[in-house]
Write a protein that binds this ligand. Structure first.
Ligand SMILES: [Fe+2]
Length: 270
């Protein structure tokens, strides 16, 4: 297993920012074997044998979730502290409710009580857990003091290849975000055709293309912007969101997703 120092050196090479504590934490989580917002269960893309390893699989206590305080954004441009605080409290609510469901389901399962209550709790679990995962993706890419993408970034090249350029991709992504209704806009990496694609997701747990990896997640439920911009202020909110996207982080998400995809296709072709 790589040492923390090795991770920090590797990360520095990817982000050029040794002080990016969120990024370092991301790779601490890789070592812990826990899922993370960049690409589900991530592995070190520089270490070929690690993807099939079960080492260091430290599961959260009793399979429960914990609030990831290190992801909480601070001093975002165009976001009031009240807006961020209330949105963060909703995320904490998903953690609390998911843990409550897990506990209740485990209790019923231990008694082999697989009746209607068990079924309804199981149905509800996907909503709560995806509420956690999507909010962790969302918060993890928001950072004050935004750093731009370089011309030679993998993401820049991919935007050009798939959409014709960053501006064209952004225009479509924002247009999806302005669609009527509440939900999520997600830029995915499609590991099958190895391209990027923008998707609209209404409920947290429905409509995700199987196997696709979220690269950038934007929350367009009204609670994400009501305090700062009001019910009709989604366009202003989307503009503020884009002023805080941590592009080196998105670049890292893409590179990890691409590397995992290569490993999986190599594994399945054996
Ligand atoms: Fe939200």
């Amino acid at each position: 297993m790589r040492s923390r120092l090795t991770w920090e050196r590797w990360l520095k090479g990817k982000t050029g920012n040794r002080s990016d504590r969120r990024g370092i934490r991301l790779f601490e989580r890789l070592e812990e074997g826990r899922s993370c917002p960049a690409a589900g269960r991530l592995e070190d893309p520089t270490e070929p044998d690690r993807i099939n390893s079960n080492e260091a699989s430290e599961v959260p206590m009793n399979g429960k979730y914990q609030v990831r305080h290190e992801l909480r954004p601070k001093a975002l441009e165009g976001f009031s502290e009240e807006q961020t605080a209330q949105h963060w409290a909703l995320y904490e609510g998903y953690v609390k409710n998911a843990n409550l469901l897990i506990e209740k389901i485990a209790g019923l399962s231990s008694k082999r009580d697989f009746g209607p209550e068990f079924a309804e709790l199981k149905r509800r679990l996907g909503f709560e857990v995806n509420g956690i995962v999507l909010h962790e993706h969302y918060f993890s890419v928001l950072k004050a003091g935004q750093a731009p993408l370089g011309d030679f970034a993998e993401l820049t090249k991919m935007f050009k290849k798939v959409f014709g350029g960053f501006s064209a991709w952004k225009e479509e992504f924002q247009a999806v975000g302005k669609m009527r209704g509440v939900g999520w806009v997600i830029l995915y990496y499609d590991p099958h055709s190895r391209i990027l694609a923008n998707y609209w997701i209404t409920l947290h747990e429905e409509g995700h293309p199987a196997g696709f990896v979220p690269i950038l997640v934007m929350d367009v439920w009204e609670h994400a912007y009501m305090i700062d911009h009001g019910a009709s202020g989604r366009a202003e909110y989307i503009d503020a969101f884009f002023r805080n996207v941590d592009w080196p982080r998105i670049e890292l998400n893409l590179k990890v997703a691409m590397k995992l995809s290569e490993k999986e296709s190599a594994h399945s072709s054996r």
